[in-house]
Design a protein around this ligand. Sequence first.
Ligand code: SME
Length: 158
Amino acid sequence: MFTIPQADSDPSVLRSSILQTVDNVTHGETDLIANCANVASVLYHMLADVNWAGFYLYKQDELVLGPFHGKPACIRIALGRGVCGTAARQRRTVVVPDVEAFPGHIACDSASRSEVVVPMLRDGVLIGVLDVDSPVPDRFSTDDVALLESIACLIMSR
Ligand code: SME
């Protein structure tokens, strides 16, 4: 059984604790769906002000909804569409401080105000994206983005 540590009020301690928890819940497991499912849970429960945390997986030239926590979301996203499709096509992290200012943003939960999407690559091959949404504008700091990139990398190394 895994336990989710108490949230620390110090953001940098909290980020370390989240990375450690992600390491714990994926340790020794190679199944992508299982790891994504537990990581979605960890992020949703440990990050403050997050209304959606989860994954889209790259299948037959589109992104398909994977494990997540939050409200039901759109199932298929074409490469290049929305924040997820942009991050996937460009193979780069996309940080959106204001979703209304992002052309083509796909609104799955109307509460979302800011968003970050990190591509997940294994040996240069696109596997999917990690997507986190917040009801707070400009929610994600550079350190938060670095944390999510480390997490995506860690999952890809399992
Ligand atoms: N907003 C995303 C769609 C996925 S949801 O946020 C869960 C996008 O524009 O790609």
